[in-house]
Design a binder for this molecule. Structure first.
Ligand SMILES: *[C@@H]1O[C@H](CO)[C@@H](O)[C@H](O)[C@H]1NC(C)=O
Length: 286
């Protein structure tokens, strides 16, 4: 009797031990993934293999807008989203202040461009951002470039982009003149980003440019529209109905302070001040 119990005990133990051994890679992988991401210093909301990478064009002095973005819609990237997302603030070149900011926040890229300032070579900035993505994130699916005065309805926009994600996507608020998405928020499929990053930028008068080169119009949106017109397989999606965009100098046509929950109706608010961002965020999370 005692022997049978002993045999039972030994076989039960053996089964238990084999289970532990079999399952241990599962536990080990999970815990080692966590340790790796911690030791890599990755921040919340960032992923080693993002499917959407967002570049937010910003200027050294705009740290208030950057902080407002970090504390509002960027902070919402922590939640479970259908696409893994990574973001970077994209600046022309480092200064002591922005180097300190990068040390603290770890979310900035310096393009080290020769030119800077308003409307100067926006095409070059866009091009440099695409080259950066091609080098560092070639495995991503879609790539966004946006401005630091844009408020995103994080979950809603990412759900929308997850529906649309295509390696030849060209998405945003479309102007009526030519096929041109406004540069305040534009999303491109990685195939288009890789193609553009392999071409050469031509900053001289356009009649001096080779046909294969990218003409710099000084404006990001018009430059990009022309660069993409070389391809006939671009999947353009104009989402004007879901995006609140303002022309330069245009008075706001929508009073966000009268909206109960902006993000139930729209995906994006352009020309957001620091206060606007906190307001939009508050009404969302109430
Ligand atoms: C810009 O220059 C800094 C050093 O001054 C360097 O750390 C950084 O990687 C450069 N950025 C790019 C995109 O190459």
């Amino acid at each position: 009797m005692a022997r049978i119990t002993l045999v039972h005990f030994i076989s039960a133990s053996l089964i238990l031990i084999s289970c532990i051994i079999l399952l241990s890679p599962y536990f080990m992988t999970r815990s080692s993934i966590q340790t790796t991401s911690l030791s890599n210093g990755l921040k919340e909301g960032s992923h080693r293999d993002p499917k959407l990478i967002i570049g937010i064009l910003s200027a050294t002095g705009n740290w208030k807008l950057r902080d407002a973005q970090r504390q509002t819609w960027i902070s919402e990237m922590k939640q479970d989203l259908p696409l893994s997302v990574e973001y970077k603030f994209v600046l022309d070149r480092p200064t002591q202040e922005t180097i300190d900011e990068l040390d603290k926040k770890g979310d900035m890229v310096f393009l080290n461009l020769s030119s800077s300032g308003y409307a100067i070579k926006f095409g070059e900035k866009l091009y440099s951002w695409f080259k950066y993505v091609a080098e560092h994130y070639p495995e991503t699916t879609i790539v966004a470039k946006m401005d630091d005065d844009v408020f995103l309805c994080t979950k809603e926009m990412i759900e929308r982009l997850n529906e649309l994600k295509h390696k030849k996507l060209y998405y945003g608020w479309q102007h009526k003149d030519i096929v041109r998405i406004d540069e305040m928020f534009v999303v491109l499929g990685i195939d288009l980003v890789l193609r553009i990053s392999q071409r050469k930028l031509c900053s001289s008068a356009q009649f001096d440019c080779d046909k294969s080169e990218l003409v710099e119009t000084n404006w990001g949106g018009t430059s990009l529209g022309r660069w993409l017109s070389a391809y006939d397989d671009v999947v353009t999606v104009a989402d004007n109905a879901n995006i609140i965009y303002y022309h330069r100098g245009q008075k706001p046509s929508l009073d966000i302070y009268k909206e109960d929950n902006f993000c139930q109706k729209y995906l994006l608010y352009h020309k957001a001040s620091v206060d606007d961002m906190f307001f939009l965020y508050k009404t969302k999370t109430q």
